[in-house]
Ligand binder design. Structure first.
Ligand code: BGC
Length: 747
């Protein structure tokens, strides 16, 4: 078979009328080869390159009609890319079919490698809580290495949608509510997936998704309409996409939602004007799954053909699973309804990536059995997953030093529906589960506690927790223990796509299980696992210690134990605000002052307030405790004012004033108190993760320049306005330790 493809690839290269330059031979060489190939293609073959089908059909059995149809289409050049096919054996088998097509153009294999391939890292929202850009890049690199070795060329990640509504289940896949943090994390993830340059066999193409506005679905209901001002779009939702593009993201995915009445998939303003126009994006845009077809359901297109015409005209280059392009583009072009130049532009973009990946030199170069074996069994990947998971867990509360667990305990009870969970640790949207081989929290506590410590376990109830029949057994297990750890929260499939929730409390009667333990005098240390912020007021009030572990991945059991026992000092900070109640949603720290701000929570008469709830969240954006304490002192500015091209350096001293080594994520917020468009009370503009030994003191500096003071004005022009600015440095958005006023002077 190998000889066969080589012969075919040679033909394809000859057809590309290209001699000499390798795929790494530079942009000009590739452009020439793309043009040469394009000239050979029929309109059916062009439409084929823009057609992406799912290998899910293959799960219906090798001889089913669905599989035979897909195989036939691939052989006849009607498919340009497949998703949901993975592994060396399968990708080779299916690639061989594409090489039988007239022009022997190789397929692209795409897959949702969202937070790991074989080794599962914390869900992306959890990982974002680490605020550790190196760690986030590393996890994407590992995922890329594993996926690329298994024949995958392309991941549909990172999701860079801003999420401010925890009802929306897909907040799990993003980096949270903040535009600045989201943009920095988008860059780290794109770099991690793609490596220095496309074409390396340990890298995959990244996808910035879902372009755009998807995270702002009305009422947090997935796929719902999005209606927002252009100002909001530019200021809050687009910057992480722009950052991903600047970091080199090879592809974008559009979105299921309408934006101000126009489906993202048929949205020329987004895809043509902004993305490919103003921003100069050179990669290609893939539709979301069936989103071309869904434009008919939205009420934006008459039928599949009309949808195909609208989508491609608006700039959607590849059609995922609607079969609209393959079935309609040839006729649309022949009848003049779609300009061939539009189709050529899309095909050019797709072929360019295939060349850049080196697939014309070796269509199987990503599918290496030896590399697959090695990458999928590399113990360093598991170590990284454990370290990053521990770094992602947020210590929400720790009264009286309840954590870490004290030394010399004789007995520990690990209680709760997630205490012995394995699959739930992995979270939603994984490629394959390793649950059978994983350690649950109970396993990990047993291992860490060692021989002399008795560890009892009782579930109390399952995750849905509809009944309390198991509570007695849980109370019994807890009764003899020196300390009780309660693991509650969501199962893996309660967050993610199509997992919107109108109630964000702990599921079922889990909260009552906590109450029962407390009433029995066994107030537990609480570990919450979830893919999103939950609401757990009784626990927040009554528990002494709460560790928010998210869905921490395949090494999550060990990682939680690492934090509970103090082997790792927690340092994560919330990337999303935790509300007190459903009524506060959507909620973000980026509040406006309004004309009637609340100054005193006791007096809210005719204020911008709720009469039945505080405005403040339960836990603010940026909140997260440590087993040590940090002292912030002596904020100094290099100069109190700067001209338009100037810079101001802020420095302060940070000391580890507590008993153990730890990392503090110091956060820089700015406020423009008077502007032509009213600015929020605080906007994150910088952060650093600083590791300090006990007693160690370090000078931390940030540089403020004009860019950091800029915003979009009424005409959507980006710029800074002269005047005073408030600078705030702190440990959380609601824990500002140092303040200063600086000034930007007129040019
Ligand atoms: C999701 C995308 C995903 C695609 C392919 C869609 O339902 O919205 O994020 O990449 O499916 O699996």
């Amino acid at each position: 078979m190998k000889k066969n493809w080589k012969a075919r690839a040679a033909v394809s290269m000859a057809l590309a009328a290209f001699a000499g330059a390798a795929y790494a031979g530079g942009e000009a060489g590739i452009a020439q080869r793309v043009e040469a190939l394009l000239r050979q293609m029929t309109i059916e073959e062009k439409a084929g390159q823009l057609n992406q089908l799912s290998g899910k059909a293959f799960s219906t059995g090798p001889n089913s009609e669905a599989v035979r149809n897909v195989e036939r289409d691939i052989r006849s050049g009607k498919v340009g890319s497949m998703l949901n096919i993975k592994g060396v054996a399968d990708t080779r088998r299916v690639q061989a079919l594409a090489l039988q097509s007239r022009l022997h153009i190789p397929l692209l294999f795409g897959l949702d490698v969202i937070h790991g391939y074989q080794t599962v890292f914390p869900v992306p929202l959890g990982e974002a809580a680490s605020w550790d850009l190196e760690a986030i890049e590393e996890s994407a690199r590992i995922a890329a290495r594993e996926a690329a070795a298994s024949g995958i060329h392309w991941t549909f990640a990172p999701m860079v949608d801003i999420g401010r509504d925890p009802r929306w289940g897909r907040v799990m896949e993003g980096a949270g509510e903040d535009t600045y943090l989201g943009a920095r994390i988008a860059v780290a993830r794109v770099r991690g997936f793609q490596g220095a340059q496309l074409g390396g066999t340990a890298s995959v193409m990244a996808t910035a998704k879902h372009f755009a506005g998807y995270g702002a679905a009305i009422a947090g209901r997935d796929y719902n309409a999005v209606d927002m001002s252009e100002h909001q779009l530019y200021e809050t939702y687009l910057p992480p996409f722009k950052a991903a593009l600047d970091a080199g993201a090879a592809t974008f995915m559009n979105a299921f939602n309408t934006l101000n009445g126009v489906p993202a998939t048929g949205n020329a303003m987004l895809q043509r004007e902004i993305l490919k126009g103003k921003w100069g994006f050179k990669g290609f845009v893939v539709s979301d799954w069936g989103s071309v077809r869904e434009m008919v359901v939205h009420g934006y297109a008459n039928d599949l053909t009309d949808a195909a015409a609208k989508a491609i005209t608006a700039g959607s280059d590849m059609d995922m699973e609607s079969n609209a392009y393959a079935s309609s583009l040839p006729a649309l072009v022949k009848s003049g309804k779609v300009d061939i130049a539009v189709v050529d532009d899309a095909v050019r973009r797709v072929l360019t990536k295939k060349f850049e990946l080196g697939l014309f030199e070796d269509p199987y170069r990503f599918s290496s059995a030896a590399r697959e074996r090695e990458a999928l069994n590399d113990p360093r990947h598991r170590q990284a997953a454990r370290r990053i998971a521990a770094e992602s867990m947020v210590l929400l509360k720790n009264e009286g030093g309840a954590l870490p667990l004290r030394r010399g305990l004789h007995s520990i009870a690990v209680i709760g529906p997630l205490a012995d969970a394995r699959r739930d640790l992995e979270g939603g949207w994984i490629v394959q589960s390793n649950a059978a081989k994983m350690a649950s929290l109970v396993d990990a506590v047993r291992e860490r506690a060692g021989q002399g410590v008795r560890v009892d376990y009782a579930a109390g109830c399952d995750v849905a927790c509809r009944g309390n029949e198991g509570f007695d057994a849980a109370l019994k297990a807890a009764s003899a223990a020196d300390v009780v750890v309660l693991a509650v929260g969501e199962s893996w499939d309660m967050s993610g796509e199509a997992k919107s929730r109108a109630h964000l409390g702990l599921p079922g009667r889990q909260g009552e299980l906590f109450e029962a333990l407390r009433a029995a005098g066994k107030t537990p240390v609480v570990v919450i696992m979830a893919g999103r912020p939950l609401i757990f007021e009784n626990v927040a009030e009554q528990a002494k210690a709460i560790l928010y572990a998210w869905h921490p991945g395949s090494e999550g059991g060990h990682a939680i134990a690492d934090v509970l026992f103090g082997d790792v000092n927690p340092s994560a900070k919330l990337p999303m605000t935790f509300p007190r109640n459903m009524g506060q949603i959507p909620i973000t720290y980026q509040q406006y002052n309004t004309g009637r701000p609340v100054q005193d929570e006791k007096n809210v008469v005719y204020k911008s307030a709720y009469i039945d709830s505080p405005n403040t969240p339960r836990y603010a954006f940026g909140h997260g405790l440590s087993y040590t304490t940090f002292a912030y002192k002596d904020l100094r500015v290099s100069n109190p004012s700067m001209g338009p091209d100037g810079k101001i350096t802020l420095s302060f001293t940070l000391a580890n004033s507590g008993p153990v080594a730890g990392a503090e994520v110091v956060q820089l917020y700015l406020r423009d108190p008077v502007a032509s468009v009213v600015r929020p009370l605080k906007e994150l503009k910088g952060f650093q993760r600083v590791v300090l030994q006990p007693g160690q003191v370090r000078t931390v500096s940030f540089t403020v320049d004009r860019e950091m003071l800029a915003f979009y004005d009424r005409q959507l022009q980006w710029g800074a306005e002269a005047g005073k600015f408030e600078v705030m440095v702190g440990s959380a958005s609601d824990d500002i330790r140092l303040r200063q006023t600086i000034e930007l002077t007129e040019p």
